[in-house]
Design a protein around this ligand. Structure first.
Ligand code: SF4
Ligand code: SF4
Length: 135
């Protein structure tokens, strides 16, 4: 989306601050997209629990989720996120599943996690794109 698109998405925002009030990220002391919406330049569009409370409470029906996605295209994700993405591509899990994880599960009486075959991960990640191309 163009900057004009982002501008249009922001058009109805009155900076009332309600979205910021209900945001869990803000309550935990960090700055989410809701800080940006309230005119604060110190924020990260990547800090979000996807609860969408901000969107629900907005009296102006601003598409905060679309704004967040737009800003993510501009902003580098935190280093940890990149690591999680790499793990997903490698194993299908966001977190590394290693002996330590399985030992913890064993202590709690849970079965060990078995990684899915790499080709399954690849199929899951590529098939929707193939379908989109064909649509
Ligand atoms: S609740 Fe809606 S109008 Fe109010 S600051 Fe947030 S996005 Fe803007
Ligand atoms: S969706 Fe994200 S930005 Fe909105 S209230 Fe929830 S945590 Fe905050």
């Amino acid at each position: 989306m163009s900057v004009g698109g982002l501008k249009a998405l922001l058009e109805d925002c009155t900076q009332c601050g309600l979205c910021r009030e209900v945001c869990i990220v803000e309550r935990l002391g960090a700055q989410s997209i809701t800080s940006f919406l309230c005119g604060n330049s110190d924020y990260s569009s990547w800090l979000c629990s996807s609860c969408l409370r901000c969107q629900e409470v907005c009296p102006q029906d601003v598409d905060i989720h679309a704004i967040m996605m737009e800003k993510r295209r501009e902003e580098e994700p935190p280093a940890g996120y990149r690591g999680n993405m790499a793990n997903v591509l490698r194993s299908g899990y966001a977190l590394v599943i290693d002996d330590g994880v399985n030992e913890m599960r064993r202590v709690h009486g849970l079965e060990a996690v078995e990684l899915v075959p790499g080709e399954w991960v690849e199929a899951l990640l590529t098939q929707p794109r193939e379908q989109e191309k064909g649509a």
